[in-house]
Design a protein around this ligand. Structure first.
Ligand code: PMP
Length: 419
């Protein structure tokens, strides 16, 4: 039986029964981070209460038990994203860390002077700055594919960016600003026909749609635990086995080596060990595995249906308010995000007004300043949904927007932007 959302899940999230200034939490900033269900909190408490130990170091039962939990978490992630092998799953700190890892290891190996790296015009700073820095250091050039109509990157525009100097491509799966979905499989096809591997930033996709890295034909796929109901400080880099195998370690230290002497050669472990220096975040991996289990337990049918219903409800509700404009085309293939502007009112003032009504949203450029420039906007206000959000909460936003007025930001710093 598919879960009835959001009713079936609200009680699973302890923070939703807390009061803030006497009001219930109306939280519509799930693209920034999601709340955690009790199943995740319990998994972490259980881990520390029954298993806590370090991995790969102790010849005793507790260490083996911790290693077993860590291995099982890796296997749960592998299964969740359809990877072929568990050793293609590298645990890291989050999407930002995962992209930096690829850029700093694989990227450094394949990108040299005079080469090009292709990105899109909708990238989050976390999937832009690591490539920009790599290009600066290597003497390479960053090529930016424009975002087309409806806020997506078309296969044609993407294809036009490819010439003989391109060595790598990096694209967002789902835009964190617009909630629009790029045709990743088609883009991967373009990259591969040009002999180029593709890195996908899946931070906003994994919470909202079933992701299968093999079906997408992604060479690298990155996401964060905390945006998919898991803990902060843990994330995933998926990398194709053959690509990881030829790649130098990221950080080096304990846990990365097979053998080392003071002056002799260093023999590094194969993936994933060579990319996970130091004591791993076992708690995070265990919590993330519990989160993925929780989400999959709801069923993608239920999650997708709820997502679609809420996004379309929000687009319709906003469409009825004077001066409010939805940006992009979030209703086409809903991914839990609706961005909008209120004509004549600075996004920060809109955010402040909604905050005064007890609603948490994000206003600004959402770490994607160039996209906002391209759209000719100072910023947007972004509602982003999770499985526990309801149409009543959207009504609260729509009601509040009817009374929004220019505030101090609009009056005093009308053209100021924030990140
Ligand atoms: N990419 C996208 C599309 C995002 O939305 C985010 C988070 N806002 C990131 C990357 C960075 O994720 P994290 O901060 O968890 O590393």
């Amino acid at each position: 039986h598919p879960a009835r959302l959001p009713e079936a899940v609200r009680a699973d999230f302890p923070i939703l029964s807390a009061r803030f200034d006497g009001n219930p939490l109306v939280y519509l900033d799930n693209a920034a981070t999601t709340h955690k269900p009790r199943a995740v909190l319990d998994a972490i408490v259980d881990y520390y209460s029954t298993v806590n130990g370090n991995v790969g170091r102790g010849h005793y039962a507790l260490s083996r038990a911790a290693a077993d939990r860590y291995d099982r978490a890796r296997e749960a992630v592998r299964r969740a994203i359809g990877a072929a092998h568990a050793d293609e799953i590298v645990f890291c700190r989050g999407t930002t860390d995962a992209v930096n890892l690829v850029a700093g290891t694989f990227g450094r190996r394949v990108v040299g002077r005079g080469d090009q790296v292709v990105v899109t015009g909708m990238e989050h700073n976390s999937n832009l700055l690591p490539w920009r820095r790599l290009c600066e250091e290597a003497g390479a050039e960053l090529v930016v594919v424009p975002v087309g109509a409806h806020g997506r990157v078309s296969r044609e525009d993407f294809s036009a960016a490819f010439g003989p100097r391109v060595r790598l491509a990096a694209v967002a799966h789902v835009s964190n600003v617009l909630g629009t979905v790029n045709p990743v499989r088609a883009l991967a096809g373009v990259a591969h026909r040009n002999g180029v591997p593709i890195v996908v930033d899946g931070a906003q996709a994994v919470p909202h749609r079933p992701v299968d890295v093999r079906e997408l034909d992604a060479d690298f796929y990155c996401f964060s635990g905390h945006k998919v109901y898991g803990p902060m400080g843990v994330g995933v880099l998926y990398g194709r086995r053959d690509l990881l195998a030829d790649t130098a370690p990221y950080q080096v230290g304990g846990g990365t080596v097979k053998g080392v002497t003071r002056t002799g050669p260093v023999r590094y472990l194969p993936a994933p060990g060579r990319f996970e220096a130091g004591t791993p975040n076992i708690e995070g991996a265990v919590g993330l595995a519990a989160a993925l289990r929780y989400l999959h337990g709801l069923g993608w049918d239920a999650v997708r249906r709820h997502d679609r219903a809420l996004v379309r409800y929000a687009v319709a509700a906003l469409g009825e308010i004077d001066r409010v404009r939805v940006v992009g085309d979030p209703g086409a293939d809903p991914s839990g995000i609706v961005s909008f502007v209120v004509d004549g009112v600075h996004p920060y003032d809109v955010g402040g007004h909604l905050d005064a009504h007890g609603v948490a949203v994000r206003g600004g450029v959402h770490c994607a300043a160039d996209l906002l420039d391209d759209l000719g906007l100072l910023g947007t206000v972004r509602m982003s949904f999770a499985v526990y959000n309801s149409e009543d909460e959207v009504d609260l936003v729509a009601g509040a927007l009817r009374t929004v007025r220019p505030g101090t930001w609009t009056r005093e710093r009308p053209t100021a932007r924030f990140l």
